[in-house]
Design a protein around this ligand. Structure first.
Ligand code: NAP
Length: 285
């Protein structure tokens, strides 16, 4: 049998951790496959997607800046799963038996699986505070949906929070979600069971925590989506206060694990994938 081909599509895409994680997964599962990188500029996207089967590609991850345009292309020329449609962005593609492309988004389910497995937190009926309202926050909030009792969103960019709320309101119970002024977060954060950092603060050396330590209260769980270091200042502050806190490595792992399961129909070897991710992070960092 010939080697199967998979890869991550983005621009630029050189620093992606997915090849290390997915190649380790294929090897552990005994699947003869190679996962590479496809650096395709926006003007070449449609041509690339329309020739996927001809190129012999059996599955793709899609990253910045192609998540929305790929969704738009596949909406016209293939099929979208319900969450990808709701979110308006895809991160996983698989050609169907008829050659037509099927697209998914595993960022939301990946976050949820990590929330439950790593943080031992079930959001149903709870209050969740999401700091940031860009692409990652949108995936989180749209996947949480009507599960939490309340969702608070706060971002320095008011236009983005308004757009996220509008997007949420189009699908879910609008009375559950509120925009919070970043200068007046204390009361709503105090009423929350979970804090999600969906800002990039924490990615760079020396970054402070996006939340003043005094605002973290007893019983609060902290999920920091930042994944490129073992602990951010926010996670360190929370841990010092004996709060349960994790970085976003688990979300990155599970979005990849779910993609692997979609492509292969087999359970993902998550322990091997996690080890490969951690090693790749050390090399990249
Ligand atoms: P993004 O689109 O840039 O959105 C981040 C938002 O946070 C922006 O609107 C930004 O506003 C806002 N912000 C910055 N500082 C803030 C502050 N102090 N308080 C409130 N809001 C603030 O970024 P993204 O793509 O959503 O990614 C966000 C983070 O999630 C990154 O660290 C990324 O690495 C991480 N992420 C993790 C995973 C995973 O699998 N773990 C997946 C995706 C993303 P301005 O633009 O005005 O600064």
């Amino acid at each position: 049998m010939t080697k199967m081909i998979y890869g991550v599509l983005g621009h630029p895409v050189g620093h992606s951790l997915s090849p290390a994680m997915q190649n380790a997964a294929f090897k552990a599962a005994g699947i003869d496959a190679e996962y590479g990188v496809y650096d395709v500029a926006p003007e070449g996207l449609e041509d690339f997607l329309s020739n996927l089967s001809r190129k012999g590609i059996s599955g793709l991850n899609v990253t910045i800046p192609h998540k929305i345009k790929t969704k738009e292309y596949i909406e016209q020329n293939g099929s979208l799963d319900s969450f990808a449609r709701k979110l308006g962005a895809v991160n996983t593609v698989k050609p169907g038996p008829d050659g037509k492309l099927c697209a998914f988004n595993t960022d939301g389910p990946g976050f949820y699986r990590s929330l439950v497995e790593d943080l031992k937190f079930e959001p149903e009926g709870k209050s969740v505070f999401v700091l940031g309202s860009g692409g990652a926050a949108t995936a989180v909030v749209m996947y949480l949906g009507n599960g939490p009792k309340r969702i608070f969103i706060s971002d320095v960019d008011e236009e983005k929070t308004t757009a996220l709320k509008k997007h949420y309101d189009g699908y879910y119970d609008r009375s559950r979600i509120s925009i919070v002024d970043p200068m007046k977060m204390e009361k709503d954060l105090d009423a929350s069971d979970l804090l999600v950092n969906a800002t990039p603060i924490g990615m760079k050396d020396g970054d402070p925590s996006p939340i003043v330590k005094d605002m973290l209260h007893k019983g609060l769980r902290v999920y920091d989506l930042v994944y490129n270091r073992p602990a951010t200042e926010l996670v360190r502050d929370a841990t010092r206060l004996k709060l349960h806190a994790v970085t976003g490595l688990g979300m990155l792992l599970y979005q990849g694990a779910i993609a692997f399961e979609i492509w292969t129909g087999r359970p993902a070897p998550v322990t091997v994938m996690k080890k490969a991710l951690k090693e790749a992070l050390k090399v990249n960092g």
